[in-house]
Design a protein around this ligand. Structure first.
Ligand code: CA
Length: 235
């Protein structure tokens, strides 16, 4: 029997919370595998494919940041949603630097959580309304969205699912200012009024890969009070 339900890996040591998450995700038609430690989750990740990883930061043994790096080594693409216990900037930035794609601060709102999961599970093939040329070049970079790879001045980079989605929006709308709420809604599935720095941290990541000088970006430009603009020529 084939089972095409999205398969989600949940790593959470608070049993009560984990049960609630599993219940709600299963109600939404997802399949969930739950582990209380990252070590046990990693053993499963080595043999099974998942469509999304939901990872608590504060875990006994290997913590969520270490797990993030280990997961990225095994699967560079899979979307990772971090659950952080504190709203501190350092946690959020560290998580996104270690390869997570988004975070939610506990305690979180169930509706927002389910929206985020839904957004992150959307397949990139459904998401891309028109194909962007494969081997898209700008500056010293060449990006292969379909194979989740990029050649940069620093070498080859494996792109995550969410990086590919953001890049495909930028490439399609090259030269246009894109509102941050449009990016957050279309790529991550945020409701429009959510306050977050996820996008900004993500742009920092893209600039590190692709900009000749990340602190003076020419391709991924900030548009004040609006959002961001991608410039292929770098002007
Ligand atoms: Ca915990």
């Amino acid at each position: 029997m084939t089972d095409d339900k999205p398969h989600i890996l949940l790593v959470e040591d608070e049993i009560h919370l984990a049960r609630g998450i599993c219940f709600n995700l299963e109600e939404e038609g997802h399949r969930v595998s739950h582990f209380e430690t990252a070590e046990r989750a990693m053993a499963t990740l080595e043999i099974e494919h998942f469509d999304l990883v939901i990872l608590d930061v504060m875990l006994p043994g290997m913590d969520g940041f270490q797990a993030c790096r280990a997961i990225r080594a095994l699967d560079p693409r899979v979307p990772i949603l971090l659950l952080t216990a504190r709203s501190e900037d350092a946690d959020r930035v560290e998580g996104l630097e270690n390869g997570a794609d988004d975070y939610l601060t506990k305690p979180f709102n169930l509706v927002e959580f389910l929206l985020r999961v839904k957004g992150m599970l959307r397949r990139s093939s459904w998401y891309r309304p028109e194909p962007v040329e494969e081997g898209y070049s700008f500056g010293d970079n060449e990006v292969f969205l379909l194979s989740y790879r990029a050649r940069t001045a620093q070498g080859e980079v494996d792109l995550t699912e969410m990086e590919v989605r953001v890049l495909s929006v930028f490439f399609r709308k090259e030269g246009q200012a894109i509102h941050r709420s449009d990016l957050l809604q279309s790529v991550w599935g945020y409701s429009s009024d959510t306050e977050t720095r996820t996008l900004d941290n993500f742009i920092v990541r893209l600039r590190k890969y692709f900009e000749p000088d990340p602190s003076h970006p020419i391709h991924f430009q900030t548009v004040r009070a609006v959002g961001y603009r991608f410039s292929r020529e770098g002007k």
